[in-house]
Design a protein around this ligand. Structure first.
Ligand code: NAD
Length: 315
């Protein structure tokens, strides 16, 4: 029987650590970390997610402020709210719940959030920092995946890892994090040929495709570790809704360890959001946040190496 990696237990432990950090900050006279959560419209799933995030903030002592905007709010109104929150010293993290209504450019909105307050880790500055191994805020689900793997392995060096799915918010950041830990990573996607063969060679499979029960028993070598990120809502015969992962769970009992769905990666995502908010607050207060991370062109002795221009100094 494969060990079950209990995401709920790992998330509880992380929440306790986050709460201890918040308590220590407040005891040291520092401001309590603050998270602004923006919800545009009334998508039922988004309402549930936002409600959960706000409840969890209270549990660890983070102040949360909810900003609800009607579905027909303009992009300009949303950008104006983000600009205000970017300047608000009591707010250390800004989360804009997606999906946004279709008349709003999601990429533009996410880029408008100050990198230092981008607790989702989606801003190009944070993406760049992750891919260059220079810190920044790490997207919550990939961070949660790494924390779950850390309960199984002390060291990922040299492991063969297959990531199924190459999205910007899950697959790609996971691949970057694995490379930082010296694993050998194969990133696969819907057009990948011979996916079962590729998976059969893996020490670790991270399934993040959103394809229910995609990973079959014969795809998994004995002793492999499987992290199932996928969540698909399916109707049962009695009309209820159940969550189904990307892994045929009962077929992979020859694995060393596997995450269940639900109760695996899911609980880690919110806990990592809380941890990211505290990290963001700490870095803003220390002056080490991503906002100070951009290149100051005027300070560079010779900008021609970056721009290709011939400067007077190098001519
Ligand atoms: P996405 O749709 O943006 O990307 C899916 C990726 O999987 C794509 O790269 C696609 O090419 C690949 N893919 C799809 N079907 C495939 C198949 N049959 N074979 C191989 N590759 C395939 O999705 P996403 O946002 O990255 O999310 C992926 C899954 O993870 C979804 O089920 C989502 O609900 C879940 N998710 C869970 C959490 C969590 O907290 N547990 C967080 C984020 C996403």
């Amino acid at each position: 029987m494969a060990d079950i990696i209990d995401g709920r237990a790992v998330a509880r432990k992380l929440d306790a650590e986050t709460k201890a950090q918040v308590d220590a900050m407040v005891a040291a006279g520092l401001p309590r970390p603050g998270l602004a959560v923006i919800l545009v419209g009334n998508d039922p799933a988004s309402e549930v997610y936002v409600g959960r995030k706000i409840k969890k903030c209270a549990e660890v002592g983070i102040t949360s402020v909810e900003h609800r905007m009607p579905a027909d709010s303009s992009q300009a109104e949303l950008l104006a709210l983000i600009a205000t929150l970017n300047e608000d010293p009591a707010i250390h993290g800004i989360l804009c719940q997606v999906p946004l209504p279709t008349h709003i450019d999601t990429g533009l909105v996410l880029r408008a959030i100050a990198p230092s307050k981008d607790v989702d880790g989606f801003h190009p500055v944070n993406v760049g920092r992750l891919s260059t191994g220079t810190g920044g805020i790490i997207p919550c689900t990939p961070l949660g995946v790494m924390k779950l793997l850390d309960t199984v392995y002390d060291d990922l060096t040299g492991l063969d890892v297959v990531v199924i799915g190459k999205s910007n918010i899950v697959g790609k950041p996971i691949a970057m994090l694995m490379l930082e830990r010296e694993a050998t990573v194969t990133v696969t996607h819907i057009e990948t040929k011979d996916l079962p063969d590729i998976c059969r060679k893996a020490d670790v499979i991270i399934a993040a495709a959103g394809a229910p029960r995609l990973v079959k028993g014969y795809w998994v070598k004995p002793g492999a570790v499987i992290i199932d990120v996928g969540i698909t809502r399916m109707k049962t015969e009695d009309g209820k809704t159940k969550l189904v992962g990307d892994v045929a769970f009962e077929e992979v009992q020859h694995a060393r360890a596997v995450t269940p769905v639900p109760g695996g990666v899911g609980p880690m995502t919110i806990s990592c959001l809380l941890a990211n908010t505290v990290q963001a607050a700490r870095e803003q207060l220390e002056g080490t946040s991503s906002d100070g991370f951009s290149i100051d062109w005027d300070e560079l002795p010779d900008r021609s190496m970056f721009t290709g221009e011939t400067s007077e100094a190098s001519a």
